[in-house]
Design a protein. Structure first.
Lengths: 214, 440
Protein backbone atom coordinates (compact mmCIF):
# COMPACT_ATOMS: atom_id res chain seq x y z
CA UNK A 1 0.00 0.00 0.00
CA UNK A 2 1.05 3.62 -0.44
CA UNK A 3 1.68 5.45 2.80
CA UNK A 4 2.50 9.01 3.85
CA UNK A 5 4.28 9.49 7.16
CA UNK A 6 4.05 12.65 9.22
CA UNK A 7 6.19 12.92 12.34
CA UNK A 8 8.57 15.65 13.44
CA UNK A 9 11.11 13.17 14.77
CA UNK A 10 13.51 12.19 12.00
CA UNK A 11 14.39 9.11 14.00
CA UNK A 12 10.84 7.84 13.92
CA UNK A 13 10.26 8.72 10.29
CA UNK A 14 13.33 6.73 9.32
CA UNK A 15 12.41 3.82 11.54
CA UNK A 16 8.84 3.69 10.28
CA UNK A 17 9.95 3.98 6.68
CA UNK A 18 12.25 0.99 7.11
CA UNK A 19 9.59 -0.95 8.92
CA UNK A 20 7.03 -0.36 6.19
CA UNK A 21 9.65 -1.10 3.51
CA UNK A 22 10.39 -4.42 5.18
CA UNK A 23 6.68 -5.21 5.06
CA UNK A 24 6.55 -4.40 1.35
CA UNK A 25 4.67 -1.11 1.61
CA UNK A 26 5.66 2.03 -0.20
CA UNK A 27 6.29 5.23 1.76
CA UNK A 28 5.59 7.86 -0.91
CA UNK A 29 6.58 10.77 1.28
CA UNK A 30 7.66 11.38 4.86
CA UNK A 31 7.07 14.90 6.20
CA UNK A 32 7.79 16.72 9.44
CA UNK A 33 4.92 19.18 9.90
CA UNK A 34 1.20 19.62 9.41
CA UNK A 35 1.15 21.95 6.35
CA UNK A 36 3.60 19.69 4.51
CA UNK A 37 1.38 16.73 5.37
CA UNK A 38 -1.72 18.34 3.88
CA UNK A 39 0.20 19.24 0.75
CA UNK A 40 1.64 15.73 0.41
CA UNK A 41 -1.73 14.06 0.84
CA UNK A 42 -3.23 16.35 -1.78
CA UNK A 43 -0.40 15.49 -4.14
CA UNK A 44 -0.16 11.73 -3.70
CA UNK A 45 -3.60 10.59 -2.50
CA UNK A 46 -2.06 7.75 -0.46
CA UNK A 47 -3.95 4.75 0.87
CA UNK A 48 -3.13 5.71 4.43
CA UNK A 49 -1.56 8.68 6.20
CA UNK A 50 0.22 7.88 9.46
CA UNK A 51 0.16 11.06 11.55
CA UNK A 52 1.73 12.08 14.86
CA UNK A 53 -0.61 14.23 16.96
CA UNK A 54 2.00 16.70 18.15
CA UNK A 55 3.81 18.36 15.29
CA UNK A 56 5.11 21.71 14.15
CA UNK A 57 4.25 24.47 13.62
CA UNK A 58 2.21 24.67 16.83
CA UNK A 59 3.67 21.66 18.61
CA UNK A 60 0.24 21.01 20.06
CA UNK A 61 -2.45 19.01 18.29
CA UNK A 62 -1.50 20.21 14.81
CA UNK A 63 -1.28 16.62 13.54
CA UNK A 64 -4.74 15.78 14.81
CA UNK A 65 -6.26 18.84 13.20
CA UNK A 66 -4.55 17.97 9.94
CA UNK A 67 -5.95 14.44 10.24
CA UNK A 68 -9.48 15.78 10.65
CA UNK A 69 -8.98 18.01 7.65
CA UNK A 70 -7.76 15.09 5.55
CA UNK A 71 -10.81 13.06 6.51
CA UNK A 72 -12.93 15.98 5.45
CA UNK A 73 -11.21 16.71 2.17
CA UNK A 74 -10.09 13.24 1.10
CA UNK A 75 -12.53 10.67 2.50
CA UNK A 76 -10.78 7.92 0.56
CA UNK A 77 -7.53 8.33 2.47
CA UNK A 78 -7.22 6.18 5.58
CA UNK A 79 -5.94 8.06 8.62
CA UNK A 80 -3.91 6.43 11.36
CA UNK A 81 -3.15 8.84 14.19
CA UNK A 82 -0.28 8.11 16.54
CA UNK A 83 -0.22 9.73 19.92
CA UNK A 84 2.27 9.99 22.75
CA UNK A 85 -0.49 9.63 25.32
CA UNK A 86 -3.98 8.33 25.13
CA UNK A 87 -6.25 11.33 25.18
CA UNK A 88 -9.97 10.57 25.28
CA UNK A 89 -10.48 14.04 23.94
CA UNK A 90 -8.50 13.27 20.78
CA UNK A 91 -10.34 10.00 20.31
CA UNK A 92 -13.67 11.78 20.70
CA UNK A 93 -12.75 14.39 18.11
CA UNK A 94 -11.75 11.71 15.65
CA UNK A 95 -14.95 9.81 16.33
CA UNK A 96 -17.15 12.83 15.69
CA UNK A 97 -17.46 11.61 12.10
CA UNK A 98 -17.46 8.11 10.75
CA UNK A 99 -14.86 5.62 12.02
CA UNK A 100 -14.39 4.30 8.50
CA UNK A 101 -10.71 4.04 7.65
CA UNK A 102 -9.66 5.49 10.97
CA UNK A 103 -7.06 4.49 13.52
CA UNK A 104 -5.87 5.95 16.79
CA UNK A 105 -2.93 4.22 18.40
CA UNK A 106 -0.33 4.87 21.03
CA UNK A 107 2.97 5.60 19.39
CA UNK A 108 4.68 2.76 21.23
CA UNK A 109 2.52 0.26 19.32
CA UNK A 110 4.75 0.57 16.28
CA UNK A 111 7.17 -1.73 18.08
CA UNK A 112 4.61 -4.56 17.97
CA UNK A 113 5.27 -4.81 14.30
CA UNK A 114 2.73 -7.49 13.38
CA UNK A 115 -0.10 -5.76 15.26
CA UNK A 116 0.87 -2.39 13.86
CA UNK A 117 0.89 -3.66 10.28
CA UNK A 118 -2.43 -5.36 10.92
CA UNK A 119 -3.91 -2.08 12.19
CA UNK A 120 -2.60 -0.29 9.15
CA UNK A 121 -4.13 -2.91 6.90
CA UNK A 122 -7.47 -2.54 8.66
CA UNK A 123 -7.45 1.22 8.26
CA UNK A 124 -6.56 0.87 4.59
CA UNK A 125 -9.45 -1.51 4.10
CA UNK A 126 -11.85 1.03 5.58
CA UNK A 127 -11.90 -0.54 9.02
CA UNK A 128 -11.10 0.86 12.42
CA UNK A 129 -8.10 0.49 14.72
CA UNK A 130 -8.40 1.86 18.21
CA UNK A 131 -5.74 1.39 20.81
CA UNK A 132 -6.48 -1.12 23.58
CA UNK A 133 -5.56 1.66 26.00
CA UNK A 134 -8.29 3.90 24.55
CA UNK A 135 -10.79 1.10 25.06
CA UNK A 136 -9.50 0.40 28.56
CA UNK A 137 -9.95 4.05 29.54
CA UNK A 138 -13.40 4.17 27.97
CA UNK A 139 -14.39 1.10 29.97
CA UNK A 140 -12.96 2.56 33.17
CA UNK A 141 -14.87 5.81 32.84
CA UNK A 142 -18.10 4.74 31.29
CA UNK A 143 -21.34 5.32 33.14
CA UNK A 144 -22.63 1.96 31.91
CA UNK A 145 -20.78 -0.07 34.51
CA UNK A 146 -23.98 -1.91 35.49
CA UNK A 147 -24.95 -3.35 32.11
CA UNK A 148 -21.29 -4.11 31.47
CA UNK A 149 -21.06 -6.14 34.65
CA UNK A 150 -23.73 -8.42 33.23
CA UNK A 151 -21.34 -9.55 30.48
CA UNK A 152 -19.48 -12.81 30.98
CA UNK A 153 -15.65 -12.53 31.11
CA UNK A 154 -15.44 -13.95 27.61
CA UNK A 155 -18.04 -11.51 26.31
CA UNK A 156 -16.09 -8.67 27.95
CA UNK A 157 -13.02 -9.78 26.07
CA UNK A 158 -14.92 -9.88 22.79
CA UNK A 159 -16.32 -6.40 23.49
CA UNK A 160 -12.83 -5.01 24.03
CA UNK A 161 -11.78 -6.46 20.70
CA UNK A 162 -14.86 -5.14 18.94
CA UNK A 163 -14.20 -1.68 20.31
CA UNK A 164 -10.67 -1.77 18.97
CA UNK A 165 -12.10 -2.43 15.53
CA UNK A 166 -11.44 -6.10 14.98
CA UNK A 167 -13.82 -7.96 12.72
CA UNK A 168 -15.42 -11.19 13.93
CA UNK A 169 -12.99 -13.41 12.04
CA UNK A 170 -9.99 -11.60 13.51
CA UNK A 171 -11.43 -11.89 17.00
CA UNK A 172 -11.98 -15.61 16.52
CA UNK A 173 -8.39 -15.88 15.40
CA UNK A 174 -6.99 -13.92 18.30
CA UNK A 175 -9.07 -15.62 20.96
CA UNK A 176 -8.54 -19.04 19.41
CA UNK A 177 -12.24 -19.80 19.12
CA UNK A 178 -14.52 -20.53 16.20
CA UNK A 179 -16.21 -17.79 14.21
CA UNK A 180 -19.64 -18.99 15.25
CA UNK A 181 -18.67 -18.72 18.92
CA UNK A 182 -17.64 -15.11 18.36
CA UNK A 183 -20.89 -14.38 16.55
CA UNK A 184 -22.79 -15.85 19.48
CA UNK A 185 -20.89 -13.62 21.91
CA UNK A 186 -21.45 -10.58 19.73
CA UNK A 187 -25.18 -11.21 19.68
CA UNK A 188 -25.20 -11.62 23.44
CA UNK A 189 -23.34 -8.33 23.88
CA UNK A 190 -25.70 -6.45 21.56
CA UNK A 191 -28.58 -7.93 23.50
CA UNK A 192 -27.28 -7.20 26.98
CA UNK A 193 -26.12 -3.66 26.22
CA UNK A 194 -29.19 -2.87 24.18
CA UNK A 195 -27.15 -1.82 21.16
CA UNK A 196 -28.77 -1.48 17.72
CA UNK A 197 -28.49 -4.57 15.50
CA UNK A 198 -26.42 -3.31 12.63
CA UNK A 199 -24.84 -5.50 10.00
CA UNK A 200 -22.55 -2.66 8.93
CA UNK A 201 -19.29 -3.29 10.61
CA UNK A 202 -17.95 0.24 11.11
CA UNK A 203 -21.32 1.54 12.32
CA UNK A 204 -21.25 -1.20 14.92
CA UNK A 205 -17.80 -0.08 16.14
CA UNK A 206 -19.01 3.50 16.34
CA UNK A 207 -22.08 2.44 18.28
CA UNK A 208 -19.94 0.57 20.78
CA UNK A 209 -17.43 3.38 21.21
CA UNK A 210 -20.16 5.98 21.63
CA UNK A 211 -21.93 3.73 24.08
CA UNK A 212 -18.78 3.39 26.17
CA UNK A 213 -18.03 7.08 25.90
CA UNK A 214 -21.18 8.10 27.76
CA UNK B 1 24.62 67.80 41.84
CA UNK B 2 26.32 71.12 42.58
CA UNK B 3 24.10 72.77 40.00
CA UNK B 4 21.07 71.31 41.76
CA UNK B 5 22.25 72.61 45.11
CA UNK B 6 22.97 76.08 43.68
CA UNK B 7 19.57 76.15 42.05
CA UNK B 8 18.10 74.99 45.37
CA UNK B 9 19.61 78.03 47.09
CA UNK B 10 18.03 80.38 44.59
CA UNK B 11 14.75 78.50 44.88
CA UNK B 12 15.06 78.76 48.67
CA UNK B 13 14.95 82.54 48.41
CA UNK B 14 11.91 82.38 46.15
CA UNK B 15 10.25 80.00 48.56
CA UNK B 16 10.98 82.25 51.52
CA UNK B 17 9.45 85.18 49.68
CA UNK B 18 6.48 83.04 48.67
CA UNK B 19 5.95 81.84 52.24
CA UNK B 20 5.95 85.40 53.55
CA UNK B 21 3.39 86.45 50.96
CA UNK B 22 1.37 83.24 51.26
CA UNK B 23 1.16 83.57 55.04
CA UNK B 24 -0.70 86.79 54.61
CA UNK B 25 -2.37 85.84 51.34
CA UNK B 26 -4.01 82.74 52.81
CA UNK B 27 -5.95 84.94 55.19
CA UNK B 28 -7.76 86.50 52.24
CA UNK B 29 -10.22 84.04 50.68
CA UNK B 30 -9.93 85.71 47.28
CA UNK B 31 -6.17 85.19 47.14
CA UNK B 32 -6.22 81.51 48.13
CA UNK B 33 -6.49 79.98 44.64
CA UNK B 34 -3.60 82.14 43.46
CA UNK B 35 -1.52 81.08 46.46
CA UNK B 36 -2.35 77.41 45.88
CA UNK B 37 -1.46 77.66 42.19
CA UNK B 38 1.85 79.29 43.04
CA UNK B 39 2.54 76.60 45.64
CA UNK B 40 1.81 73.93 43.03
CA UNK B 41 4.24 75.55 40.62
CA UNK B 42 6.91 75.81 43.28
CA UNK B 43 6.45 72.16 44.25
CA UNK B 44 6.63 71.12 40.61
CA UNK B 45 9.86 73.04 40.24
CA UNK B 46 11.22 71.37 43.38
CA UNK B 47 10.22 67.92 42.12
CA UNK B 48 11.84 68.54 38.77
CA UNK B 49 15.00 69.78 40.43
CA UNK B 50 15.12 66.80 42.82
CA UNK B 51 14.68 64.26 40.07
CA UNK B 52 16.99 66.02 37.59
CA UNK B 53 20.01 66.71 39.81
CA UNK B 54 19.58 64.83 43.04
CA UNK B 55 18.21 61.54 41.77
CA UNK B 56 15.18 61.60 44.02
CA UNK B 57 11.87 60.44 42.61
CA UNK B 58 9.07 61.91 44.67
CA UNK B 59 6.07 59.73 45.20
CA UNK B 60 3.80 61.58 47.60
CA UNK B 61 1.74 64.40 46.16
CA UNK B 62 0.88 66.03 49.50
CA UNK B 63 3.31 67.56 51.99
CA UNK B 64 3.39 71.11 50.64
CA UNK B 65 3.94 73.77 53.27
CA UNK B 66 6.01 71.78 55.75
CA UNK B 67 8.42 70.88 53.00
CA UNK B 68 8.52 74.42 51.65
CA UNK B 69 9.27 75.85 55.10
CA UNK B 70 12.09 73.38 55.71
CA UNK B 71 13.38 73.84 52.17
CA UNK B 72 13.24 77.64 52.38
CA UNK B 73 15.16 77.58 55.68
CA UNK B 74 17.78 75.19 54.34
CA UNK B 75 18.04 76.94 51.00
CA UNK B 76 18.39 80.44 52.44
CA UNK B 77 20.79 79.44 55.22
CA UNK B 78 22.97 77.32 52.95
CA UNK B 79 22.73 79.95 50.24
CA UNK B 80 23.85 82.63 52.64
CA UNK B 81 26.66 80.42 53.96
CA UNK B 82 27.88 79.55 50.51
CA UNK B 83 27.62 83.08 49.18
CA UNK B 84 29.49 84.48 52.19
CA UNK B 85 32.15 81.76 51.91
CA UNK B 86 32.54 82.37 48.19
CA UNK B 87 32.76 86.12 48.66
CA UNK B 88 35.33 86.07 51.45
CA UNK B 89 37.28 83.24 49.81
CA UNK B 90 37.29 85.10 46.50
CA UNK B 91 38.39 88.29 48.21
CA UNK B 92 41.27 86.54 49.98
CA UNK B 93 42.40 84.82 46.79
CA UNK B 94 42.23 88.00 44.80
CA UNK B 95 44.05 89.99 47.49
CA UNK B 96 46.72 87.35 47.81
CA UNK B 97 47.26 87.25 44.07
CA UNK B 98 47.37 91.02 43.90
CA UNK B 99 50.03 91.16 46.59
CA UNK B 100 52.06 88.44 44.91
CA UNK B 101 51.75 90.10 41.52
CA UNK B 102 52.91 93.54 42.69
CA UNK B 103 55.37 92.28 45.25
CA UNK B 104 53.92 94.40 47.99
CA UNK B 105 54.18 91.79 50.63
CA UNK B 106 54.24 92.40 54.29
CA UNK B 107 55.71 89.78 56.59
CA UNK B 108 53.02 88.30 58.81
CA UNK B 109 54.00 86.33 61.87
CA UNK B 110 51.84 83.30 62.50
CA UNK B 111 51.72 82.13 66.09
CA UNK B 112 49.98 78.86 66.61
CA UNK B 113 50.59 76.46 69.50
CA UNK B 114 53.78 74.64 68.52
CA UNK B 115 54.13 76.48 65.21
CA UNK B 116 55.83 79.78 64.79
CA UNK B 117 56.44 80.96 61.27
CA UNK B 118 56.65 84.24 59.46
CA UNK B 119 54.94 84.29 56.09
CA UNK B 120 53.80 86.92 53.65
CA UNK B 121 50.33 88.39 53.40
CA UNK B 122 49.99 87.18 49.77
CA UNK B 123 50.62 83.53 50.59
CA UNK B 124 48.37 83.72 53.61
CA UNK B 125 45.60 85.23 51.46
CA UNK B 126 45.93 82.51 48.84
CA UNK B 127 45.93 79.72 51.41
CA UNK B 128 43.00 81.13 53.32
CA UNK B 129 41.01 81.66 50.13
CA UNK B 130 41.65 78.12 48.89
CA UNK B 131 40.67 76.60 52.25
CA UNK B 132 37.48 78.63 52.34
CA UNK B 133 36.50 77.62 48.80
CA UNK B 134 37.11 73.96 49.64
CA UNK B 135 34.91 74.37 52.69
CA UNK B 136 32.19 75.87 50.52
CA UNK B 137 32.37 72.90 48.15
CA UNK B 138 32.12 70.48 51.10
CA UNK B 139 29.19 72.41 52.47
CA UNK B 140 27.42 72.21 49.12
CA UNK B 141 27.84 68.44 49.11
CA UNK B 142 26.52 68.21 52.66
CA UNK B 143 23.55 70.38 51.69
CA UNK B 144 22.89 68.05 48.75
CA UNK B 145 22.67 65.01 50.99
CA UNK B 146 20.58 66.95 53.49
CA UNK B 147 18.23 67.90 50.65
CA UNK B 148 17.76 64.25 49.76
CA UNK B 149 16.90 63.39 53.33
CA UNK B 150 14.48 66.25 53.50
CA UNK B 151 12.81 65.09 50.32
CA UNK B 152 12.65 61.51 51.62
CA UNK B 153 11.13 62.76 54.86
CA UNK B 154 8.48 64.97 53.28
CA UNK B 155 7.95 63.58 49.79
CA UNK B 156 9.27 60.01 49.89
CA UNK B 157 7.04 57.00 50.29
CA UNK B 158 5.56 56.57 53.74
CA UNK B 159 5.62 53.27 55.58
CA UNK B 160 2.15 52.52 54.19
CA UNK B 161 3.32 53.21 50.71
CA UNK B 162 6.41 51.06 51.22
CA UNK B 163 4.29 48.22 52.50
CA UNK B 164 1.83 48.56 49.65
CA UNK B 165 4.68 48.39 47.17
CA UNK B 166 6.21 45.41 48.89
CA UNK B 167 2.89 43.57 48.84
CA UNK B 168 2.38 44.33 45.17
CA UNK B 169 5.87 43.13 44.48
CA UNK B 170 5.42 39.93 46.46
CA UNK B 171 2.14 39.20 44.74
CA UNK B 172 3.72 39.69 41.35
CA UNK B 173 6.79 37.60 42.08
CA UNK B 174 4.68 34.89 43.69
CA UNK B 175 2.56 34.36 40.62
CA UNK B 176 5.75 34.77 38.61
CA UNK B 177 7.35 31.84 40.35
CA UNK B 178 4.30 29.68 39.78
CA UNK B 179 4.53 30.47 36.08
CA UNK B 180 8.24 29.77 36.12
CA UNK B 181 7.56 26.34 37.65
CA UNK B 182 4.94 25.59 35.00
CA UNK B 183 7.28 26.70 32.22
CA UNK B 184 9.95 24.50 33.67
CA UNK B 185 7.61 21.51 33.73
CA UNK B 186 6.60 22.17 30.14
CA UNK B 187 10.22 22.17 29.18
CA UNK B 188 10.92 18.93 30.99
CA UNK B 189 7.93 17.31 29.30
CA UNK B 190 9.19 18.52 25.93
CA UNK B 191 12.65 17.18 26.72
CA UNK B 192 11.23 13.80 27.61
CA UNK B 193 8.85 13.68 24.68
CA UNK B 194 11.18 14.90 21.98
CA UNK B 195 14.27 13.15 23.18
CA UNK B 196 13.90 10.17 25.44
CA UNK B 197 10.54 8.88 24.28
CA UNK B 198 11.38 9.15 20.58
CA UNK B 199 14.55 7.18 21.16
CA UNK B 200 12.61 4.65 23.19
CA UNK B 201 10.10 4.17 20.40
CA UNK B 202 12.87 3.93 17.83
CA UNK B 203 14.57 1.30 19.95
CA UNK B 204 11.37 -0.67 20.39
CA UNK B 205 10.75 -0.42 16.66
CA UNK B 206 14.17 -1.87 15.88
CA UNK B 207 13.59 -4.75 18.27
CA UNK B 208 10.10 -5.24 16.85
CA UNK B 209 11.50 -5.45 13.35
CA UNK B 210 14.19 -7.85 14.54
CA UNK B 211 11.55 -10.11 16.07
CA UNK B 212 9.42 -9.87 12.98
CA UNK B 213 12.24 -10.68 10.59
CA UNK B 214 12.87 -14.26 9.52
CA UNK B 215 16.36 -13.74 8.18
CA UNK B 216 19.04 -14.30 10.85
CA UNK B 217 21.51 -11.91 9.28
CA UNK B 218 18.96 -9.06 9.16
CA UNK B 219 17.95 -9.86 12.72
CA UNK B 220 21.54 -9.67 13.94
CA UNK B 221 22.00 -6.32 12.16
CA UNK B 222 18.80 -4.93 13.67
CA UNK B 223 19.77 -6.09 17.16
CA UNK B 224 23.14 -4.45 16.86
CA UNK B 225 21.43 -1.23 15.77
CA UNK B 226 19.05 -1.59 18.68
CA UNK B 227 21.99 -1.92 21.06
CA UNK B 228 23.52 1.31 19.74
CA UNK B 229 20.14 2.99 20.03
CA UNK B 230 19.78 1.85 23.64
CA UNK B 231 23.16 3.44 24.48
CA UNK B 232 21.95 6.67 22.89
CA UNK B 233 18.74 6.47 24.85
CA UNK B 234 20.69 6.19 28.09
CA UNK B 235 22.89 9.14 27.12
CA UNK B 236 19.82 11.18 26.32
CA UNK B 237 18.21 10.21 29.61
CA UNK B 238 21.30 11.20 31.53
CA UNK B 239 21.52 14.54 29.81
CA UNK B 240 17.82 15.26 30.36
CA UNK B 241 18.18 14.44 34.06
CA UNK B 242 21.21 16.70 34.21
CA UNK B 243 19.30 19.51 32.53
CA UNK B 244 16.48 19.17 35.05
CA UNK B 245 18.82 19.48 37.99
CA UNK B 246 22.54 18.77 38.12
CA UNK B 247 23.30 16.86 41.31
CA UNK B 248 26.80 18.33 41.14
CA UNK B 249 25.25 21.61 42.25
CA UNK B 250 24.18 20.20 45.61
CA UNK B 251 27.09 17.88 46.11
CA UNK B 252 30.02 19.87 44.77
CA UNK B 253 28.74 23.42 44.59
CA UNK B 254 28.26 26.13 42.02
CA UNK B 255 31.87 26.22 40.90
CA UNK B 256 31.92 22.55 39.91
CA UNK B 257 28.44 22.71 38.35
CA UNK B 258 29.45 25.68 36.20
CA UNK B 259 32.65 23.91 35.23
CA UNK B 260 30.39 21.08 34.04
CA UNK B 261 28.37 23.52 31.95
CA UNK B 262 31.57 24.95 30.49
CA UNK B 263 32.77 21.48 29.58
CA UNK B 264 29.56 20.47 27.91
CA UNK B 265 29.10 23.59 25.86
CA UNK B 266 30.41 23.53 22.33
CA UNK B 267 32.18 26.90 22.58
CA UNK B 268 34.81 28.13 25.04
CA UNK B 269 33.27 29.33 28.30
CA UNK B 270 35.49 31.10 30.80
CA UNK B 271 34.30 31.23 34.39
CA UNK B 272 35.68 33.78 36.87
CA UNK B 273 34.54 32.50 40.21
CA UNK B 274 34.86 35.35 42.68
CA UNK B 275 32.85 34.00 45.61
CA UNK B 276 34.61 33.33 48.89
CA UNK B 277 32.03 30.92 50.22
CA UNK B 278 29.06 29.00 48.91
CA UNK B 279 25.83 31.00 48.63
CA UNK B 280 22.70 29.57 50.25
CA UNK B 281 21.09 26.85 48.23
CA UNK B 282 18.30 28.81 46.50
CA UNK B 283 20.65 31.62 45.55
CA UNK B 284 23.20 29.15 44.27
CA UNK B 285 20.55 27.40 42.18
CA UNK B 286 19.31 30.68 40.75
CA UNK B 287 22.85 31.78 39.84
CA UNK B 288 23.45 28.43 38.22
CA UNK B 289 20.33 28.47 36.09
CA UNK B 290 20.85 32.08 35.04
CA UNK B 291 24.39 31.27 33.91
CA UNK B 292 23.39 28.08 32.16
CA UNK B 293 20.40 29.52 30.34
CA UNK B 294 22.41 32.54 29.26
CA UNK B 295 25.16 30.27 27.93
CA UNK B 296 22.66 28.07 26.10
CA UNK B 297 20.99 31.13 24.56
CA UNK B 298 24.31 32.64 23.54
CA UNK B 299 25.30 29.48 21.71
CA UNK B 300 21.92 28.56 20.29
CA UNK B 301 20.49 31.92 19.28
CA UNK B 302 23.35 34.43 19.12
CA UNK B 303 26.02 32.24 17.56
CA UNK B 304 28.53 33.24 20.23
CA UNK B 305 32.10 31.99 19.95
CA UNK B 306 33.36 33.14 23.31
CA UNK B 307 31.48 33.38 26.57
CA UNK B 308 32.55 34.89 29.86
CA UNK B 309 30.84 34.18 33.17
CA UNK B 310 31.80 36.38 36.10
CA UNK B 311 30.63 35.75 39.64
CA UNK B 312 31.11 38.54 42.16
CA UNK B 313 30.01 39.37 45.66
CA UNK B 314 29.93 42.19 48.16
CA UNK B 315 28.76 42.22 51.77
CA UNK B 316 25.12 41.94 50.90
CA UNK B 317 24.73 40.46 47.45
CA UNK B 318 26.12 37.98 44.97
CA UNK B 319 25.99 38.58 41.26
CA UNK B 320 26.57 36.78 38.03
CA UNK B 321 27.25 38.43 34.69
CA UNK B 322 27.36 36.50 31.46
CA UNK B 323 28.69 38.22 28.38
CA UNK B 324 29.23 36.85 24.91
CA UNK B 325 30.46 37.98 21.53
CA UNK B 326 27.33 36.86 19.70
CA UNK B 327 24.99 38.87 17.56
CA UNK B 328 22.73 39.99 20.40
CA UNK B 329 19.03 40.66 19.98
CA UNK B 330 17.98 38.50 22.93
CA UNK B 331 14.36 39.08 23.90
CA UNK B 332 14.02 39.58 27.68
CA UNK B 333 10.35 38.60 27.46
CA UNK B 334 11.16 35.33 25.73
CA UNK B 335 10.44 32.04 27.46
CA UNK B 336 13.82 31.22 28.93
CA UNK B 337 14.87 34.71 29.98
CA UNK B 338 11.53 35.73 31.47
CA UNK B 339 11.53 32.52 33.52
CA UNK B 340 14.95 33.42 34.86
CA UNK B 341 13.81 36.96 35.63
CA UNK B 342 10.87 35.57 37.62
CA UNK B 343 13.13 33.25 39.56
CA UNK B 344 15.55 36.07 40.38
CA UNK B 345 12.82 38.58 41.30
CA UNK B 346 11.21 36.05 43.62
CA UNK B 347 14.46 36.03 45.57
CA UNK B 348 14.42 39.85 45.77
CA UNK B 349 17.14 40.02 43.19
CA UNK B 350 17.62 42.12 40.11
CA UNK B 351 17.82 40.82 36.58
CA UNK B 352 18.89 42.72 33.51
CA UNK B 353 19.38 41.85 29.87
CA UNK B 354 21.43 44.12 27.68
CA UNK B 355 21.40 42.77 24.17
CA UNK B 356 21.36 45.27 21.32
CA UNK B 357 20.89 43.87 17.84
CA UNK B 358 24.34 43.08 16.52
CA UNK B 359 25.59 42.28 20.01
CA UNK B 360 27.23 41.86 22.32
CA UNK B 361 24.86 40.47 24.94
CA UNK B 362 25.30 40.90 28.65
CA UNK B 363 22.98 39.32 31.15
CA UNK B 364 23.31 40.15 34.81
CA UNK B 365 21.59 38.90 37.92
CA UNK B 366 22.16 40.17 41.44
CA UNK B 367 20.72 38.39 44.43
CA UNK B 368 20.80 39.27 48.11
CA UNK B 369 22.94 36.78 49.99
CA UNK B 370 20.10 36.06 52.36
CA UNK B 371 16.91 35.64 50.35
CA UNK B 372 13.51 36.78 51.63
CA UNK B 373 12.40 34.66 54.53
CA UNK B 374 15.99 33.80 55.34
CA UNK B 375 17.01 30.20 55.72
CA UNK B 376 17.32 27.79 58.60
CA UNK B 377 20.09 29.00 60.85
CA UNK B 378 19.83 32.66 59.90
CA UNK B 379 18.81 35.07 62.60
CA UNK B 380 15.50 36.66 61.81
CA UNK B 381 16.99 40.12 62.32
CA UNK B 382 19.49 39.86 59.50
CA UNK B 383 17.01 38.14 57.27
CA UNK B 384 14.40 40.85 57.47
CA UNK B 385 17.07 43.52 57.25
CA UNK B 386 18.35 42.16 54.00
CA UNK B 387 14.85 41.77 52.65
CA UNK B 388 13.75 45.31 53.35
CA UNK B 389 17.07 46.72 52.26
CA UNK B 390 16.70 45.47 48.72
CA UNK B 391 12.96 45.80 48.46
CA UNK B 392 12.74 49.16 46.78
CA UNK B 393 14.90 48.40 43.79
CA UNK B 394 13.73 44.89 43.07
CA UNK B 395 11.38 45.73 40.25
CA UNK B 396 13.35 48.51 38.70
CA UNK B 397 15.09 46.20 36.28
CA UNK B 398 18.56 47.61 36.68
CA UNK B 399 21.61 46.00 38.06
CA UNK B 400 23.76 47.44 40.75
CA UNK B 401 27.27 47.25 39.43
CA UNK B 402 27.45 43.51 39.88
CA UNK B 403 29.78 43.00 37.00
CA UNK B 404 31.82 46.13 37.15
CA UNK B 405 35.32 45.77 38.51
CA UNK B 406 37.35 42.67 38.02
CA UNK B 407 37.22 39.76 40.33
CA UNK B 408 40.21 38.71 42.34
CA UNK B 409 39.17 35.07 42.23
CA UNK B 410 41.11 32.60 40.15
CA UNK B 411 40.08 32.14 36.55
CA UNK B 412 39.51 28.60 35.50
CA UNK B 413 37.39 26.34 33.45
CA UNK B 414 38.13 27.37 29.89
CA UNK B 415 37.04 24.24 28.16
CA UNK B 416 35.50 23.40 24.87
CA UNK B 417 33.92 20.34 23.41
CA UNK B 418 32.54 17.49 25.42
CA UNK B 419 35.21 16.21 27.70
CA UNK B 420 34.92 13.06 29.74
CA UNK B 421 35.74 12.66 33.39
CA UNK B 422 33.47 15.47 34.52
CA UNK B 423 33.05 14.25 38.06
CA UNK B 424 36.73 13.78 38.73
CA UNK B 425 37.55 17.15 37.24
CA UNK B 426 34.78 18.81 39.17
CA UNK B 427 35.92 17.22 42.41
CA UNK B 428 39.44 18.48 41.85
CA UNK B 429 38.26 21.98 41.14
CA UNK B 430 36.04 21.93 44.15
CA UNK B 431 38.83 20.80 46.46
CA UNK B 432 40.87 23.79 45.36
CA UNK B 433 38.55 26.42 46.66
CA UNK B 434 34.93 25.86 47.52
CA UNK B 435 33.73 25.32 51.02
CA UNK B 436 31.34 22.50 51.54
CA UNK B 437 27.94 23.13 53.04
CA UNK B 438 25.92 26.32 53.11
CA UNK B 439 27.32 29.21 55.01
CA UNK B 440 25.93 30.32 58.35
Amino acid sequence: MRVILADDSVLLREGLTRLLDDAGHEVVEAVGDAPALLAAVGRHRPDVAVIDVRMPPGHKDDGLRAALEIRDRHPGVGVLVLSQYVEQHYAARLLAGSPRGLGYLLKDRVSEVADFLDSLERVRAGGTAFDPEVVRQLLARTTHADPLSRLSPREGEVLRHLAQGFVNAAIADRLHVSLSTVEKHVNAIVEKLDLPHDPDYSRRVLAILRYLDT
Amino acid sequence: MLAGVALGMALGLVELAFLCVAWIGRLLPAARPVVEAARGKLMAAERARLSRWLGHETTRQDGGYGFLVARAALGVLSGYGCAAGLFVGGLLLFGGLWDLAWGRMEPVPVNLPGVKIVTSSGVLGLTGGAVLLALVALMALAVGSLERRLADRFLGPGSHELMRRRIAELTATRSGIVRAVDDERRRIERDLHDGVQQRGVALAMLLGRARHSSDTETTAGLISQAYTESRRLLDELRSVAWRIYPTALDELGLRAALAGVAERSGVPVTVHYGLAERPVSEVETALYFVAREAITNAIKHAGARDILVVLTEDERAVGVAISDDGEGGADPSGGGLSGLARRVLALDGEFAVHSPRGGPTKITATLPKIPPGGFPGATSGTASGAASGTASGASSGTTSGAASGTVPGAAFGTASGAASGTAAEAARLDASGTEAGPCG
